[in-house]
Design a protein around this ligand. Structure first.
Ligand code: SAH
Length: 254
């Protein structure tokens, strides 16, 4: 009998942002796989095997989970945020495409989760209220010049831009270079939101402008939203400013 693999999005961190479907999949799994810090968020249940792995071992983790499911087990593979956004669902698909024929018979379910950009946007107001795009600044899986071209195209097309993976210890300069690139096309006053560890105890959200945006504000747990030329900030006495992009597009200049 071929088993079942649920690729489960845990959301950004707050347990209230875990969907009921995700909770049910976690409860009925016989075995759990995932990056160790994500697995730490899942309550321990008697009789459920846990297979934590390191951050960088995504392909091996996906293959191990598939191998286990192919033996007939109910397996859950967890991902932070949404599993389809720069995360494990694509790694699982790639392993199925390249893997042994029996893996194609496994019942695979992808369970969506609240992705980081939506959590950060919600904290700030509505910076993604009009057309937007998401980019990962990690150049582990794509060359930097592709990232630069996509930044240019996104800013030129008037999208607000959500930047995942802005920095890491191995990638210290990319976010600063991305801000430089965006300053060529966007007004200095363009709002920028830094959302760090949103939904967790050490959450921090700050709003600044593209002129003042400093890459050292971000770490691996930060998602950065750079507005479009239309994004606005509403200051409020005694409350955080609201950042929003109006739903109606201004006529794009030729
Ligand atoms: N699948 C995840 C993204 C994985 S890439 C999702 O859908 O959210 C990892 C990046 O996501 C981090 O570098 C950071 O940019 C962002 N991120 C994940 N959790 C976050 C959180 N709680 N607050 C802010 N950014 C977060």
């Amino acid at each position: 009998m071929s088993g079942r693999l649920a690729v489960v999005g845990l959301g950004p961190g707050d347990a209230r942002w875990l969907t009921a479907e995700a909770e049910a999949e976690l409860a009925c799994a016989q075995a759990l796989y995932g990056y160790l810090h994500y697995l730490d968020r899942v309550p321990v249940r008697l009789g459920q095997a846990r297979h934590p792995s390191d951050n960088r071992e995504e392909d091996a983790r996906a293959a191990a989970a598939l191998h286990h499911a192919a033996q007939g087990a109910q397996v859950a593979l967890v991902s932070g945020g949404d599993p389809g956004v720069f995360a494990m669902a694509a790694a699982v698909c790639a392993q199925i495409e390249a893997g042994p024929a029996p893996w194609r018979r496994i019942d695979v379910t992808v369970v969506p989760g609240v992705t980081a950009m939506l959590a950060v946007a919600a904290r700030a107001g509505a910076p993604l209220g009009q057309d937007f795009c998401a980019l990962s600044l990690s150049d582990n899986l794509k060359p930097w010049d592709v990232i630069e071209r996509r930044l240019d195209a996104a800013a030129g097309a008037g999208f607000a831009i959500a930047l995942y993976n802005p920095v890491s210890r191995a990638r210290p300069w990319q976010l600063g270079a991305a801000f430089e690139r965006l300053r060529r096309q966007l007004p200095a006053t363009t709002p920028v939101v830094f959302g760090r560890a949103v939904g967790r105890g050490d959450e921090d959200v700050t709003v600044t402008t593209l002129a003042d945006a400093n890459a050292v504000t971000a770490d691996m747990a930060t998602l950065v939203i750079v507005g479009s030329a239309q994004t606005r900030v509403i200051p409020r006495p005694g409350r955080c400013a609201l950042v929003y992009t109006p739903r109606a597009a201004e006529t794009v200049r030729a």
